[in-house]
Design a protein around this ligand. Sequence first.
Ligand code: CTP
Length: 394
Amino acid sequence: MANVLLGVTGSVAAYRAADLARDLMREGHAVRVLLTRSAAQFVTPSLFEALTGQPCLVDTFEEPEPGRMAHIDWARWADVAVLAPATADSIVRLAQGRAEDMLGSSLLASTAPWVVAPAMNPQMYASDAVREAMSKLRARAAAIVEPTEGDVACGENGQGKLASIGAIAETVESVLVRCRLWEGCKVLVTSGPTREPLDSVRYLSNRSSGKMGSAVARAGLLMGAYVTVVAGPQSEPLPLGVKEVRVETAQQMLDAALAEAPGSHLIIGVAAVADHRPAVVFDGKRKRDGAYSLELEENPDVIAALAAAEPQALTVAFAAEVGEGTKEARRKLESKGVDAVALNYVAAIGQGMDADRNALTWVTDGSEEGSGPMSKLACALWLLEKAFNIRNTG
Ligand code: CTP
């Protein structure tokens, strides 16, 4: 059973949050309610206090326990944060990370996953500002319970009615299941590019930004895992809460990953490891001296070595392909000895290296399945769910 922080904002549908609180409590969850000032125009704190047996807070400076900061306390307490109904204003403020009331600061201070159930006038829901804010929330892995079509309180008809309480409660349950899939497990991720030195100032590398590796690490944290990331020099920051091991070359990545691997339940090779390195590294800075040829030697295959060293772990490799990819992904499945390959088409516009979105195909021995285009974080959560399913069904 879980701790649910329920944020209620100023919509006519605010009264339905009382039923939601009751339903969640019937499922055995503890519920604490935060109201915005506008929500308090429609429903009162005493209603929710009577229903939940817990204080219901509105003002940032309301402290039910002297000496403790409620917005931090409640943020830490929550296993999931639900915003229902969510007005246009609350959605835009949440997307901007504004913390000007108790609800805003508690949500910002919480690492719990968000469930957002919008309710508003259909034109407002269709507006650019709300759409933009919604896509930011989706990119941060918020589960959105889409409003339904119908007559709304202002007399218009369209998409804007708060979803059914059953649908919101069901989404809360599925988010709670998902955020425990890898609870207590050890997940190792390789991420970013490697740099293979040519001389003391130059190197061979690639365009990997580390965005997908960071997303996989974040998804692991959101699903309750202890996450270690062995990362090359990537521009994308790693999420707070992971164990971060920084390396430069493929050989260093191999050594660091092998040292971190023992006891891992899941190992994911997201790094774009350089397959080759200069056979000889020039001592100092090479002077311009006409054309020259470079001899390259092969780098170790990090994910293949990890799969061989940790046979108890579930191992996943990425395959960055430009053409017909599944045949190649199956070849990698075999040659690297991994349990699954996450195939992505790097030539697709807006997907792959350095993009914010991706689309994966999950390839295993007997099956393949596509995620469809999504934010990298959504792809990462999808991938970790697929990995969990193999682990449990064998
Ligand atoms: N990988 C690795 N060590 C290497 C090379 C790749 O761990 N030296 C891992 C990557 O992290 C990724 C997968 O293997 O999980 C990618 O495989 P790779 O054979 O390099 O394929 P691509 O780079 O996708 O494509 P290509 O074979 O065309 O180079």
